[in-house]
Design a protein around this ligand. Sequence first.
Ligand code: NAD
Length: 285
Amino acid sequence: MLNNNYRLYQSELDMDLGLKGKNVLVTGATGGIGLVTVRKFIEEGAFVIAHYHHNTAEAERLQHEYSLSILTLGADLSDEIQVQEMFTTISQKVGKIDILVCNAGIWPKTDETVAQMSFKRWKRTQAVNLDSVFLCCRAFFHQLQTQIRESANIILIGSTAAIFGEAGHLDYSASKAALTYGFTKTLKNEIVKYARLGRVNTICPGWVKTPMSEDALADTKGVKKVLQTIPMRKIAQAEDIALSILSLASDVLSGHISGEILTVAGGMEGRILFSPTEIDLDAAF
Ligand code: NAD
C-alpha cells in the first residue's frame, strides 16, 4: 500500500543550488510528487508556500514539522476566486513569489475512449489540469507586473501523455499537451517582460509511484505492458521528479534553460521495446 512517506530522503546534494531564501509556491503539495518536492526545497533553504486541496491533515503535519519554513494554504485551484484569494494571502503574509511549481492535477482512473467520454469529465479535467495553471500563472504574472525583478521561474508538470498521447485519456493528454507546448513556449517569451532572466520550463514525468498511479500500478499485467515501452524498465519514484524540479528551479544549475520540455521517464518513447518475458517486476520498483 502506498502512502506519502515513501523514500523521503535527506538531501545528498553537496552544492549550493542558490535556492536559499527563495519563496516557492508548490501546488498539490500534499500529493505524491508535491510532498517530496516541498521537503527538497526546504532542505535547500527555501521558504515554501505549500498549496493543498482536501488533505488538511497532511497540511497540518507539514505546517507543524517545518513551522518557520512553510505556509500551507488550501484552495480548489479550478475556482478563480479561490486562486485569487490564495495569491492575496501570499502577498500579505509572504510577499513575492520567486518560483511557481504548478504540480496539482488529476488523472481520471477509468479508461474512456473519446466516444465514451462525457462532456462533464472532459470539462472537469480541463478545469483542474489546465484552468488551474492558467489562473496560477496569471496571478503570478500580476505579481510580476507590480514587482519587476531580475529572475522569476515557473515549472509546469506535464506528462508523457502530452507527448505520446494516451488512449482512454484524451482529456488528460490534451490538458497536459496544452501546458507542455502552448504554455511553456508562450510564457517563456512573456515572463522576460517583467523578469529579465525569467524562465519557464515543463517536466513530463512518465509513470511515477504516487497515490495517483497506485491503482494502475497494482495491476501487474498493466505494469508489464508499461515497462515494455521503457528502456530502463523501471517506474519513477516521486523523488526522481522532485529532483528534476529542483534542478530547473535552480538558477545555478539551469540559469540559461527556458522553454524546454524535460521528459523524466526512463527513456520511454511510446512504442513496445521488450517482450513480456523480458520484464522482471522485482527489478522494476
Ligand atoms: P497525486 O494525486 O498524489 O497529487 C495530485 C495533487 O493535486 C493532490 O495534492 C491533489 O490534492 C491536487 N489536486 C487535485 N485536484 C485539485 C484541485 N481541484 N485543486 C487543487 N489541487 C488539486 O498525484 P501525483 O502523481 O503527485 O501528481 C502530481 C502531478 O504529476 C500531476 O499534475 C500529475 O498529472 C503529474 N503526473 C503524474 C504521473 C504519475 O504517474 N503519478 C505521471 C505523469 C504526470
